[in-house]
Design a protein around this ligand. Structure first.
Ligand code: ADP
Length: 738
């Protein structure tokens, strides 16, 4: 019976334990808090194993031993860090169970005696691991004040409770981790959503600003709108753009913390916003000013009133080009957050680009305006020129660089008897066929110039063209050159047939009359000489004087007639040179003798001098013609110099020629007459000129004769009476064979 009672008791105990364990697992399954699990486990240990104290020691993440729970609770504040311990170190490796009836027998526990066991009068100890396959969480310490050897069944029960508790802790910590993870994720999602919203807002704003800036039309309005968007975005009270382009313009939106001031000096130190602008441009970096008054970079003590405190300033720079600065202002200090200024920076870049574009646009506009003006001017010019060319009485033919005819005016049509429609657009070669040989040299000149314009030396090309119908056309040709480019040619045609015909008639008439005058003149002169010689009886003094006058006048008359004849011969091309070595000195002396005699006869006394080298080289020429030339010049000098004047003939040796100067101190030639002096029949209007007999042919003849000798003739005269004139001509030092 005793045995069956014992068994029954044992059974009873067992079923009680099972019930407790059941209850325990049930309780555990509802708990996800480590603290609850430890509490439940400790309670079970206390009731099921009759131990006096239960402690839970957990291993922290940084591998420290932490006394987390104690039952019954002591006065100690938990959790509490335990010192390092050899036994625990060993158990954390072996994952085993440890029990002892007396802790004093176990030296490995020494480090824990003072901190835990001794104050609680503990003697026997059972250590159960809180171990799952994943991790060792720590231990339960079951202890008694009495010495007690824990039986295998007690240990087994304790282990079972320990295992269940470990699993529950594992679950709890998993749950905890999951929970934390979820929390973390939620926070991250919330943060990211906020970031995205911020980014979205920034992008939207930037897009708005970009749109504003890219319209690029009225830069002033655009900048102001952009600034007010920035104000809205950052809550700034005023946004500014200060330009550094020399115009010192300022754009502003928001309040008027900074007043615009026309024409300020950009880097002036009297206004804070300008100095800040100078600073960011000098340093080429943006800056955040928390409080302008206390910022050590500036000292605005002498500035009257600064309303704003917070500034965010960004330089507007493209490459090397400094454009100005962008500034956001607020009266509150520390208003702007440097972290959030990305948008402002991006905007500043866009503004820089827009400003730059605007400048380029302005430049392009100016340029195109100028070009349009130029084009219009040119069009007006060219249509005016065209109209003028069409209207002139002379024929005009214009060719381009490819020798194609581009203009043939109405007069040209009339003069050349060709229709413009047959000529314009034609190559010059086709045109040449219409004229045959007579126009050859003219066409060849154009051809030559078009091939190499450097052949053109500034000469004027003139030619007479005789058309099949006998009309005479004077051609003047000139190239059109721009820089060193040949653009074409202009040819002017003038029909000179009537002039040529009249000229011929005049020459013929003059030649005939002169010829007819010669015979009677010769006999007048001859008879006067015979009578002077006394062939018709002696003459009274008065008669002799009259005869002398008749003789000298008939001589002068014959000179005039000779002039007239000469010019007719010259015009008719009927004059030739009889070239031989000549003695210039002798010719000059002869001429001067003649004039001296005349001056005595005229009772108009003058000095006549000859200044020449004695050993002049031999000059070849026609002595009669050279005498004519010199005589003409000396006669003029005599005629156009009042009494007691002086006439000097100089003969000078130049490099390849001999130069003869005839200098007088007479009436001179007024500048306005200079161009006409060598014209045929031209005579000056001075009283002395009119009083003297003359034809106006002397110089014209002299010029032709000099040029026939390949010499040159010219004169110098100031036109002031008394300063006289110098007429000069040259004769080349010809070798005989030339
Ligand atoms: P002419 O002497 O018969 O008038 P010329 O052809 O010799 O014709 O000269 C043309 C004009 O030039 C003269 O009428 C005169 O006005 C001017 N002239 C020529 N030589 C001189 C001179 N030495 N001094 C002043 N005038 C001169």
């Amino acid at each position: 019976l005793e045995e069956s009672i014992l068994r029954a008791t044992q059974l009873d105990q067992r079923s009680q334990r099972l019930a407790l364990l059941n209850q325990f697992s049930g309780d555990l399954s509802t708990s996800l808090e480590v603290d609850d699990i430890l509490k439940l486990s400790a309670e079970l240990f206390l009731s099921a194993l009759s131990v006096s104290t239960v402690a839970a020691v957990l291993i922290s993440d940084d591998h420290n031993y932490v006394l987390t729970k104690e039952m019954p609770a002591s006065e100690e504040k938990l959790p509490r860090l335990l010192p390092d311990n050899a036994m625990l170190n060993h158990l954390s490796q072996s994952l085993g169970v440890f029990s002892t009836p007396d802790i004093m027998d176990v030296p490995e526990l020494a480090s824990l005696l003072q901190v835990y066991f001794t104050p609680r009068n503990i003697c026997s100890l059972l250590i159960i691991p809180l171990d799952t396959a994943v991790k060792l969480h720590g231990w339960f310490w079951l202890s008694m004040e009495a010495s007690h050897r824990f039986s295998p069944s007690e240990i087994e029960l304790a282990c079972t409770i320990g295992n269940q508790a470990a699993i529950a802790i594992q679950n709890a910590s998993l749950f905890e981790e999951t929970h934390q993870l979820v929390d973390e994720l939620e926070t991250r999602v919330r943060e990211r959503t906020a970031e995205l919203e911020e980014e979205h807002r920034t992008t939207q704003t930037l897009l708005k600003i970009s749109n504003e800036l890219s319209t690029g039309l009225e830069i002033d309005n655009i900048l102001e709108r952009t600034l007010s968007i920035l104000n809205d975005t950052y809550g700034a009270e005023q946004a500014l753009i200060l330009l550094a382009d020399g115009t010192s313009r300022m754009f502003s939106a928001g309040l008027s913390l900074v007043q615009p001031l026309e024409g300020f000096d950009f880097f002036s130190r009297t206004r804070p916003e300008r100095e800040i602008s100078g600073w960011v441009l000098l340093n080429r970096t943006s800056t955040l000013i928390e409080n302008l008054i206390t910022d050590s970079r500036w000292d605005f003590t002498d500035v009257d009133e600064i309303t704003f405190r917070s500034v965010y300033a960004i330089p507007l720079i493209i490459g090397d080009q400094i454009l100005g600065s962008l500034q956001l202002l607020h009266r509150k200090e520390g208003f702007f957050d440097v972290e959030k200024m990305g948008l402002a920076e991006a905007t500043s870049r866009q503004i820089s680009i827009a400003l730059n574009n605007a400048e380029l646009l302005d430049l392009a506009r100016d340029q195109s305006d100028r070009l349009i003006d130029m084009l219009r001017d040119q069009q007006i010019d060219s249509s005016r020129s065209y109209a003028i060319l069409e209207a002139v009485a002379d024929g005009v033919l214009v060719t381009d660089a490819t020798n194609t005819v581009t203009l043939f005016n109405i007069s040209a049509e009339r003069i050349l008897k060709l229709a413009a429609s047959d000529v314009v657009g034609q190559s010059l070669n086709n045109f040449m066929d219409m004229f045959e040989l007579s126009a050859k040299s003219w066409m060849q000149t154009i051809e030559r110039w078009s091939q190499d314009i450097h052949l053109y030396q500034g000469e004027t090309y003139a030619e007479q063209l005789e058309l099949d119908d006998g009309s005479i056309i004077l051609i003047h040709l000139a190239p059109v050159i721009l820089g060193s480019n040949f653009l074409g040619t202009v040819t002017i045609f003038r029909d000179i047939t009537p002039e040529v015909v009249v000229d011929r008639l005049k020459s013929d008439f003059v030649a005939n009359v002169s010829h007819e005058l010669r015979t009677p003149l010769t006999s007048i002169k001859g008879y006067a000489e015979i009578m002077l010689m006394g062939a018709s009886g002696s003459l009274s003094d008065q008669q002799e004087q009259f005869m002398e006058t008749i003789k000298s006048n008939s001589e002068r008359l014959s000179v005039l007639v000779d002039d007239l004849l000469n010019i007719s011969y010259i015009e008719a091309g009927q004059i030739a040179l009889a070239v031989k070595p000549i003695d210039l000195l002798k010719i000059a002396e002869g001429v001067l003798q003649g004039i001296t005699k005349r001056s005595e006869e005229d009772r108009k006394l003058m000095d006549f001098d000859l200044e020449a080298l004695s050993d002049l080289p031999v000059v070849y020429g026609d002595p009669e013609k050279v005498r004519n030339i010199l005589m003409n010049l000396v006669n003029n000098a005599y005629n156009y110099t009042p009494e007691n004047g002086r006439v000097v003939v100089h003969i000078l040796l130049k490099e390849n020629e001999v130069q003869i100067d005839v200098q007088d101190n007479g009436i001179g030639i007024e500048p306005e007459q200079h161009s006409r002096i060598f014209e045929r029949f031209y005579r000056g209007e001075n009283a002395l000129v009119i009083a003297s007999a003359g034809t106006g042919l002397g110089l014209a003849i002299s010029k032709v004769l000099v040029e026939m000798h390949n010499g040159r003739i010219w004169f110098e005269s100031s036109g002031v009476a008394g300063e006289g004139s110098i007429f000069s001509f040259t004769l080349p030092l010809l070798r005989k064979e030339e």
